[in-house]
Design a protein around this ligand. Structure first.
Ligand code: 2HG
Ligand code: ZN
Length: 465
């Protein structure tokens, strides 16, 4: 059958107008934020129901056409990129909140519900959806589940996985599975729900997710503290964790801060220039908590771990302090950064970062290196900025060469080559630095169970066989 005939069949499976093949749509829906692989999908389809998706998957099996799931396309590992004639399945029209149970504190979402939409819905009901990150205005729940998205509150609330009560998925065979049925306790063998979380759509696609909500945090208060060196950040974390239940503990370097301040729309936290900054957050439920935070701050200054600091006194100040951290990724995207999203257990962070920083400094003496991330949970974002006079291809090829040194250190520290952004295509060749050959073989065998014809997001997580 010709491509045209195959697509003629596909168009009958979705609502009128819900299959696109125009160049602008192919370009927009074929890529994510990585911009590393030229998009080349065959078509974009927009199912409106689980039944339509099942029909699409059966069609894809019949014709051996690969499917790529598409949410908000904010991914940073090319997990939702269609670069090889795949059909993109966009969930833009499966974006309804279907049900809410106040007693169970659960919300039933279609996969295309935008993270912020869920957060706002929770707020309207006096509750809180705690998984949060800079791209929450565009990212979709289905994509968050596919990558087990983390973000800025993981130290307190964990990853997306913690908030998924139940899932309905369509597997690569076109079967509809209802996983866990929203139970808190369910000791009936393998928890298949967990397999689909973080699977990047390689086993099947989520068609419905029941998400848990939490109580609303009270009087969130942030502090930004400037430290004299990187090594001082960890004792600061330790000191605050000993006294307060932190909802966030982030860090960024002076280079990251300088780029954000240069935008001109965010005030500097304070006048003192420091090489590193920590941003921490807690619920100031009463004056005693706020006093404890200030006393801990003073203790950190006395110890020489902190040079200067500020504590938010209002919602606006809280938001402005967060902008210093949340705007980094978008701001530095101007320099086409080469990204690494690595993690180790928290106690190993100082030695780990020192080794990586030395290797990167040695191999990229002319590149600007920007460090920031979720240091409270051991997750560091290492961004290397492209010099203006270097073309993108040469820059990425040079950075890729040093990857092996960086990932050897990650491996030696029993760390992860992708803490929260997923493997996608950008990290698949390095999976072996974090997962053993036996584990990878198990993963491939699991994929074969759910997707025997290899049509669900092939080439993501593993290279195609
Ligand atoms: C963040 O923490 C995001 O801001 C993006 O995970 C990280 O751009 C990055 O490297
Ligand atoms: Zn992050």
């Amino acid at each position: 059958m010709t491509h045209a005939a195959v697509l003629d069949e596909l168009v009958t499976l979705v609502d009128p107008g819900k299959l696109l093949t125009d160049p602008a749509s192919l370009d927009a829906y074929g890529k994510d934020w990585t911009r590393q692989f030229p998009p080349a999908p065959l078509a974009i389809v927009f199912p409106k129901s689980a039944e339509q998706l099942q029909a699409i998957v059966l069609w894809a099996n019949r014709h051996r056409v690969a499917l790529v799931p598409s949410g908000g396309r904010t991914g940073l590992s090319a997990g939702a990129v269609a670069a090889n004639g795949e059909v993109v399945v966009s969930f833009d029209y499966m974006n309804r909140i279907l049900d809410f149970n106040a007693f169970d504190r659960t919300v039933v979402c279609e996969p295309g519900v935008v993270t912020r939409q869920l957060q706002a819905f929770a707020e309207e009901h006096g509750l809180y959806y705690p998984v949060d990150f800079a791209s929450s205005g565009s990212s979709q729940i289905g994509g968050n589940i596919g990558t087990n998205a983390g973000g800025i509150k993981v130290i307190r609330y964990g990853m997306t996985r913690n908030w998924v009560a139940g899932l309905k998925v369509v597997t690569g065979k076109g079967e509809l599975l209802e996983l866990n049925k929203n139970l808190i306790k369910n000791a009936t063998g393998y928890d298949l729900r967990q397999l689909f979380i973080g699977a990047e759509g390689t086993l099947g696609f989520v068609v419905e997710a029941t998400m848990r909500l939490d109580r609303t945090p009270r009087n969130l208060t942030a502090m930004v503290l400037g430290t004299p060196d990187f090594d001082s950040i960890m004792p600061v974390l330790h000191a605050f964790q000993g006294k307060l239940d932190l909802t966030a503990f982030e860090f960024f370097s002076d280079k990251a801060l300088a780029k954000v301040l240069a935008r001109g729309d965010v005030p500097a936290p304070f006048a003192t220039d420091c090489p590193f900054y920590a941003l921490l957050e807690f619920e100031a439920v009463n004056e005693e908590v706020a006093d404890t935070a200030l006393a801990t701050f003073e203790q950190c200054v006395e110890e020489g771990w902190v040079l200067d600091g500020v504590m938010s006194q209002s919602e606006t100040q809280l938001r402005n302090l967060w902008k210093l951290r949340e705007y980094i990724s978008e701001t530095i995207s101007h320099w086409t950064p080469y990204k690494n999203d690595i993690s180790v257990t928290v106690s190993k962070v100082p030695a780990f970062l020192r080794e990586i920083d030395a290797i990167v400094g040695e191999h990229y003496p002319h590149f600007e290196v920007v460090w920031y991330g979720h240091i409270g949970d051991g997750n560091l974002h290492l961004n290397i900025l492209k010099p203006d006079d270097l073309d993108k291809e040469t820059f990425f090829a040079t950075c890729a060469k040093v990857n092996q040194w960086v990932f050897q250190i990650v491996q030696r520290y029993d760390g992860s080559i992708s803490a929260e952004h997923g493997v996608g295509m950008t990290k698949r060749d390095y999976l072996g630095y974090s997962r053993s050959p036996e584990e990878i073989a198990c993963m491939k065998a699991i994929k074969a169970v759910f997707d025997p014809n290899g049509i669900m997001n092939p080439g993501k997580i593993f290279a195609p066989d």
